[in-house]
Design a protein around this ligand. Sequence first.
Ligand SMILES: [Zn+2]
Length: 358
Amino acid sequence: MDIDFSEINYLVDPCSRTLHADYQQFLLSLTGLTVIDIKGESSNEWRVISTLLHGNEPSGLIAVHRWLTTENSLPQPKANIRIIISSVEAATHQHLFSHRYLPNGVDLNRCFNEEAIRSSKDGENKDIDGYIQRAKLIETAIREVNPRSIIDLHNTSGNGPAFAVSTLISPNVLSLASYFCDTLILSDISIGAMMELDFSCPVVTIECGGSADDQSHEAAYNGIKQFAQCDIRSALPQDKAVQILYKPLRLVIKAQRKLSFSEHDESYSGVTLRKNIEQFNYGGCCEGLLLGWLDDNGLENLEMLNDQGVNVIENYFRMDDNKLVCATSIKIFMASNQTDIVRSDCLFYVVNNVNNHL
Ligand SMILES: [Zn+2]
């Protein structure tokens, strides 16, 4: 599929015909990177909503479309809202919302740090120039309105409750997170994502939960409504208490090791995770909890690097007989049993389970 990466389409206060009757028809009517501007009460202040950086994560688009079409006329937000719909081609390729990025493409949300993507394995033998160009167009579309806050809406590959991710914590970041969820992860993981760029305003990524879960679309919709209506002359009012979790680590399986999912110990080689691993995205995991099974190589199959690049897996996990269990009380995020995704990214994210309510 040929993509015109230099293309950007603008819609200003679109009419109901342009928005179509449902989000699927609306998405199918778009031809590429699309920016929608909605006029607000205050004409000199802007807020940005980013959606579909990943083509298989529909909650943001579904919620935006619902917000734009739920009344007979367009909503009137407190400030101007710029909505950016990024990976239209991937989202409409073959079945709707089934591709994170196009076959032979690269992950757009790894292309906001040009140097990093060019030197990474992901960029090898692929035409990454177009994706870098699109990332730059998105960055420019954000910078040209000099927004006061930015929300970037995603879904997780497995099911779980919504949570927010930010690279820094401020009262405004906590407020933005509170419109969508009750957990904020402070992350210093650098992967070339949009939220790592400095826009001189809060940038909060919202992982709305699983892509097929109505609850995720609902969380996105309720959050957008509050985001659009809140008054931010001073600090944004916080909607509810938000728990902060500091600096998640990524649990990865080493290359060439086999990864399986099962309800029982099958004596497979490599690593076998419990088939229902996603359920541990909800709530915490206490010390001794069984997460799966390991072959004779034990924890050596896995790796968890801290910010100094030291493998700290033994602080968090241990092997009892051949069982993989938690060595301490932890919280896990984004566990999924979709083998291809967890193998290319990580099995899940881990943080110490300290209760830190602000
Ligand atoms: Zn995503």
